[in-house]
Design a protein around this ligand. Structure first.
Ligand SMILES: [Fe+2]
Length: 320
């Protein structure tokens, strides 16, 4: 049984001095197209990527200088403590999205789940997601708080979210978004980035080698350069800039110790699924040697389908 999260908390006036964020953005340029690294088969010379750029500022093996501004933001940390009624907040990720000229929305989705012992480094993503939607592994789930902070107000660029579950209408954070943050559960709550202007030329596409960076003249403009040619140039404040933060959440240190010591192996996962599949009276069973087999993926996913949120907007990533 999936329990949907309560509505996220909106914070205002989150960053005291926006210039410090602009400097962080500049120091960590250039930015590369979202998904470029896990679409290794994409033609490096074909313009198939929207102008949705991303960089990591903090993950397990990285912390760029200055990222503490977001990583240990006290009001965001406190909002997460309050949201989950939890004492232990362990921030682990900060990353940045820069977007322009997306005529349609991003995908409506929940963020990828992690479990103690199982994450994308050792488990196929379809299996992690099916584990989440099955509800069979809630006891092992790593609860993660998310904050999304927006730097500026642009044309479009709203944020749709489904705080009452996927079968209830979404709400939208749009219009006055500059220096606000939404803190909540993006792993349990569907959400979707709305279309981002400028809209005069539809969704503009770039190749996976495109880079987004400040222009050399230090004018404050940023430019997307693709195969040596400037494809787009605008002041930074006309680009949708958002900074995402994620933290692991534990009710207290005792619970943290217990949960971290209680990890799942792949045979554990198969055993728990198989027991439930048997109780459901289906013949589907796990085959540990063929976890990427399309037939197995389809059969298991059909038993534990993902929800589809109502009123979701068409996505730039929908099949044509
Ligand atoms: Fe997300």
């Amino acid at each position: 049984m999936i329990r949907y999260s309560k509505p996220p908390v909106l914070l205002h006036d989150v960053i005291e001095e926006i210039g410090s964020v602009v400097r962080l953005l500049e120091h960590n340029a250039p930015y590369t197209p979202l998904g470029g690294w896990y679409r290794p088969d994409a033609d490096p010379d074909a313009p198939t990527f929207p102008m949705w750029f991303q960089n990591d500022w903090v993950h397990a093996d990285l912390r760029v200088p200055g990222a503490e501004l977001f990583l240990f933001h006290e009001r965001v940390m406190q909002a997460a403590r309050d949201f989950y009624d939890a004492q232990v907040i362990v921030p682990h990720s900060v990353y940045v999205n820069l977007m322009a000229a997306l005529a349609k929305s991003g995908p409506a989705h929940t963020d990828n789940p992690r479990f103690h012992g199982r994450d994308r480094s050792n488990t196929p993503m379809w299996l992690l997601r099916t584990m989440f939607w099955s509800g069979l592994f809630d006891h092992y789930a790593i609860v993660q708080a998310t904050s999304i902070w927006w730097m500026n107000d642009v044309e479009g660029g709203g944020f749709m979210y489904w705080p009452d579950g996927p079968d209830k209408p979404p709400r939208e954070h749009v219009g006055t978004m500059a220096n606000t943050a939404l803190v909540g559960d993006n792993h349990g709550m569907f959400h979707q980035v709305g279309p981002v202007g400028p809209f005069d030329q539809g969704t503009r596409l770039v190749t996976p080698r495109a880079e987004f960076a400040p222009t050399p003249d230090r004018s404050g403009d940023w430019a997307i350069t693709d195969h040596g040619t400037v494809r787009y140039q605008a002041p930074l404040d006309q680009c949708r800039v958002s900074v995402l933060w994620k933290a692991d959440v534990y009710r207290n240190e005792q619970e943290q110790r217990q949960q971290m010591a209680n990890t799942l192996s792949i045979p554990d996962v198969a055993r728990i699924f198989d027991r439930d599949l048997e109780q459901r009276g289906t013949d589907v069973r796990f085959d540990l040697d063929h976890l990427e087999d399309p037939g197995l993926i389809a059969a298991v996913s059909a038993v534990y389908p993902e929800a589809t949120p109502i009123d979701k907007a068409p996505s730039i990533f929908d099949a044509a």
